[in-house]
Design a protein around this ligand. Sequence first.
Ligand code: E4P
Length: 225
Amino acid sequence: MQYLLDTANLDAIKKAYNFYPMDGVTTNPTIISNENRNFLDILKDIRNIIGEESMLHIQAVSTNAEKIVEEAEYLHQIIGGNLYIKIPVIPEGIKAMKILKDKGIKITATAIFTAQQALMAAMAGAEFVAPYVNRIDNISGDGAFVVNEILQLFKHYNLDSKVLAASFKNVQQVHSVSLAGAQSVTVNPEILDKMLEHPLTDWSVNQFINDWENIYGIGKLTLDV
Ligand code: E4P
């Protein structure tokens, strides 16, 4: 499983990279605009925090293939590193994916709601496809089922493309796509923290502390007692 953080908030990124086994950061125009400052400064800051090797998925904003290609090349020049250009699975986006694939630029197909969209994007050269699990669930669909179907299709057609499951609102959704075999997930900082939360874990840790301190002294949480 590869964990990515779905945010452009620098403090959240620093915290996640400090504590958790992170593989990358994903943004989209909404996430960037939430930060309300120059988008290039944000992206450069993110690259500085996560380093050159970590994946950074940045979404193109244009809806025209030639413009998307220009944006992708521009982002490569300015941001660089292990970069993926997120492109929505509209016809102009698929066209852009074919062009960028030939130029050796890595692509994440995004705004995916059906397995057929994912298959088309993979055939056009996308390395990752990002199905929107919660948004599918919200229209009475089954996001984890769509992820399952995508994985089946990729296996059936011997495609190397991977699933980057996205748009989560709870831990159970992350669990469902993990069980389905999604290779990666992008989650917001709150969900990332919640994936570890359990009251009995906290209770157990507190009990260990209390038992130790009863014998070795309050505040003596050290092996040097
Ligand atoms: C990531 O690729 C998506 O843009 C993101 O996960 C969408 O999440 P949302 O449905 O919570 O906005």
